[in-house]
Design a protein around this ligand. Structure first.
Ligand code: FE2
Length: 386
């Protein structure tokens, strides 16, 4: 594998051949949906509608004949989030919520052949979650699904919608007159999903995504690049062949104090999905409206912005605006990106969102890692978890 030096000096190694190296035994068209298992799906749906501008499109629950769970499908452009809560005290959803709090259960892939996806992955070592290839039929057709386990309790479903024409899936019905969503937001698609795994497990899951799903390694950030005075982590970014699916995998590294990855693992009680980045083409307008709606973001100190313009150059937005909104900027040889991170969106210090606007750069903002992790550590310290 050819490697070249990363844009900002040591520690970031980019693999320029990643897309060519990805194997095509399992063609994944993209992310079909991400499902969260939560304590109260109705309230979570209201949160995503009122603050984040998602539209409730489909619903499953008692009124549609589903008696063990309630689900809402929330949509914005190409982003589909499913929010599911248990209706009974037993069963895997209630157990998941008891153990983890709210969190990601399923990152689902759109495929042409769920049977082949299941065989190709399980024959390469994936643990099956669901072999059965027909998730159900109703008057709208047949939705085909199979699923495998990945890190922690997260699963990957394989979904084939070619013969299904309903709102989302059997058991769901269309929301007739969706309540107006918060306006003016332009979140377009899922850019990447980050998994946090235990110390020593990063390479195991890098191998998993390479050997089982045919992904290739795009970038390696070692603990020399991802560290602060106190703590460190390591990260490798895996991508599928068409580049639409990007999964950074993080593990904690030893430092003088507790890594933010370890804080996640302690409170989530297992490996899990740490954050999902949503891509926009108007980060300034989007973050302005999210802030007005009450979404809380990580605070970047004034010092972060000192000298930033000299390092990153023109980004089409005044740097005073970036600082006012707390948006970070970074540049590599391909272009630049703008990004921002929310605080955790549930009570436990676990899952959060990133919003990202890309202009040529396919990176992850390595130039911001140190300032970002220091910001995270200030929050960790407030929680008594550093
Ligand atoms: Fe990210």
């Amino acid at each position: 594998m050819t490697t070249l030096q990363g844009p900002v000096g040591s520690g970031a190694r980019v693999n320029p051949n990643a897309y060519a190296e990805a194997k095509d035994f399992l063609p994944l068209k993209g992310i079909d949906y991400v499902e969260f298992w939560v304590g109260n799906a109705r309230q979570a749906a209201a949160y995503f509608r009122a603050l984040w501008g998602f539209t409730p499109v489909a619903y499953a629950g008692l009124e549609t004949g589903v008696r063990d769970r309630t689900s809402y499908l929330m949509v914005q452009n190409d982003i589909r989030l499913v929010l599911t809560a248990p209706l009974t005290p037993d069963g895997e959803i209630a157990e998941h919520v008891r153990l983890h709090g709210d969190g990601v259960h399923d990152i689902a892939f759109a495929v042409d052949d769920v049977r082949s996806a299941w065989h190709e992955t399980t024959s390469r070592g994936a643990r099956s979650y669901l072999e059965f290839a027909e998730a159900g039929s109703d008057e709208d057709g047949t939705l085909r699904r199979s699923a495998i386990h990945t890190y922690g309790e997260v699963i990957h479903s394989f979904i084939d919608r070619s013969e299904y024409h309903g709102a989302f899936a059997p058991g769901f019905r269309r929301v007739k007159r969706p309540a107006a969503a918060a306006g003016g937001l332009s979140l377009l698609e899922i850019d990447h999903c980050v998994g946090n795994v235990e110390l020593g497990d990063m390479d195991r899951f890098v191998d998993f995504y390479r050997d089982v799903l045919g992904f290739a390694q795009l970038i390696h950030y070692d603990d020399k690049v991802i560290h602060t005075e106190y703590s460190a982590l390591m990260s490798k970014v895996m991508t599928n062949g068409n580049g639409r699916i990007k999964f950074p995998i993080n593990e904690p590294a030893h430092g003088r104090k507790k890594s933010q990855i370890q804080e996640f693992l302690d409170w989530y009680r297992s490996p899990g999905t740490q954050h999902i980045a949503l891509r926009t083409e108007d980060i300034v307008g989007t973050v302005t409206r999210l802030r007005e709606a009450g979404v809380e973001f990580l605070k970047m100190p004034h010092e972060y912005y000192v000298g930033l313009q000299e390092r990153v150059g023109d980004v089409g937005v005044p740097y005073e605006t970036l600082e006012q909104l707390g948006i970070e900027a970074d540049r590599d040889e391909e272009g630049f990106l703008l990004q921002i991170f929310t605080r955790p969106i549930q009570d436990r210090p676990t899952f959060f969102f990133e919003i990202i606007e890309r202009h040529g750069s396919r990176g992850f903002g390595v130039g911001n890692f140190k300032a970002l992790f220091e910001a995270l550590e200030r929050e960790q310290a407030k929680r008594g978890n550093l």
